[in-house]
Ligand binder design. Structure first.
Ligand code: PEP
Ligand code: MG
Length: 329
């Protein structure tokens, strides 16, 4: 069994009909990079940087400390891409620091709908630029991609690009090395899917955060036990939004990945393949199981089943292909 797993680690994830699939790892701290490599990941699809900020008893990591952490992850991955997400603080990931924004957060009635992720970063411009500089500096040591959580407003894309330009200027002025990095958006709020063409003009790639996409589409708090039975990834509205995102991103020639829990659950592998997904990012421990699933799948058959699934879904008004062409046309 051990030998089988070791062999599997070096086997490329290719479907029976020859479609190559990229399997990436989700990590929380630089030390997790070892597990990602051990599992045969082709890179890090999601580095949840907020874990550097949590459980520190009030003190936050400065630019240099963040830079060292990002550089450690990038160097450990040895030239493979590392997608660093800016802090997704708030909601289920509170910050133990008493700032004005934190006080506002503590009093928020609906923290999942409150000041979290990119909203929080844009409300703390100094800290946002500090993180952007740390991430940019790590780009001198390997392949870094920047990922922005929870975008819902075009103004957030615009302000992010401005903050990034300013961070680059500051580094250039200080003579610190960095390279141009790709910038991606987490697609995890339905509004972002509904106006994806506009967001695709700003971003180089997208990554579907299905955990939050399900929460926000179905109005189900992902942490509330009382409604856990209604948290349904198979809901036709959820599947329609995921399919539509993959289809539109591909049509626009932009890299698209799924980094929510669905990517690491073998029950969804064939459905996602059938929707045209060729990049999955998950907990390192899931990579072997997903790879085995892919090796036994026929991508063309998967897309035929997905067509039936989406057309059968009462919540999907149009076939995704039709929807995409209407938008683009
Ligand atoms: C998601 O929402 O699917 C996601 C990957 O981000 P997080 O679980 O960290 O919110
Ligand atoms: Mg999320």
């Amino acid at each position: 069994e051990r030998q089988k797993l070791a062999r599997l680690r070096h086997t490329p994830a290719v479907t029976l009909d020859g479609e190559r699939v990229e399997l990436l790892a989700n990590i929380e701290l630089p030390a997790d990079a070892a597990a990602a490599l051990e599992a045969g990941a082709l890179g890090v699809g999601l580095f949840r940087s907020e874990f550097l900020f949590m459980n520190r008893g009030g003190e936050l990591p400065g630019e240099d400390e963040q830079f060292e952490a990002y550089r450690a992850a990038v160097e450990a991955m040895n030239g493979l891409p590392v997608t660093i997400r800016t802090v997704d603080i708030g909601a289920d990931k509170p910050l133990d620091r008493m700032s004005a924004s934190e006080l506002r957060h503590e009093h928020a009635l609906n923290p999942a709908l409150g000041l979290r992720a990119i909203r929080w970063s844009l409300s703390e411009p100094g800290m946002f630029r500090q993180q952007l500089r740390a991430i940019l500096r790590a780009s001198a040591y390997g392949k870094v991609r920047l990922l922005i959580p929870m975008v819902a407003h075009l103004s957030e894309a615009k302000l992010t690009m401005e903050a990034l330009a300013r961070a680059k200027q500051q580094l250039a002025d200080a003579g610190k090395p960095f390279v141009d990095i790709e910038v991606g958006a987490m697609i995890e709020v339905p509004a972002a899917v509904l106006m994806l063409p506009a967001f695709l003009r700003y971003f180089d790639f997208v990554s579907l955060g299905t955990n939050d996409l399900i929460q926000y589409t179905l109005a189900i708090d992902r942490a509330d036990e009382a409604v856990a039975h209604l948290y349904d990834p198979w809901h036709p509205a959820v599947l329609g939004l995921i399919a539509s995102t993959i289809q539109q991103a591909r049509a626009a020639g932009k890299h698209v990945s799924v980094c929510g829990e669905m990517a690491g659950d073998p029950a969804f592998t064939e459905t996602l393949l059938g929707m045209g997904l060729r990049s999955f990012s998950m907990h390192p421990a899931q990579i072997a199981a997903i790879k085995q699933r892919i090796l036994r799948s026929d991508a063309r058959r998967c897309s035929a089943s997905v067509r039936d699934l989406l057309l059968g879904g009462a919540g999907v008004p149009m076939e995704p292909a039709q929807r995409a062409s209407t938008r683009n046309g």
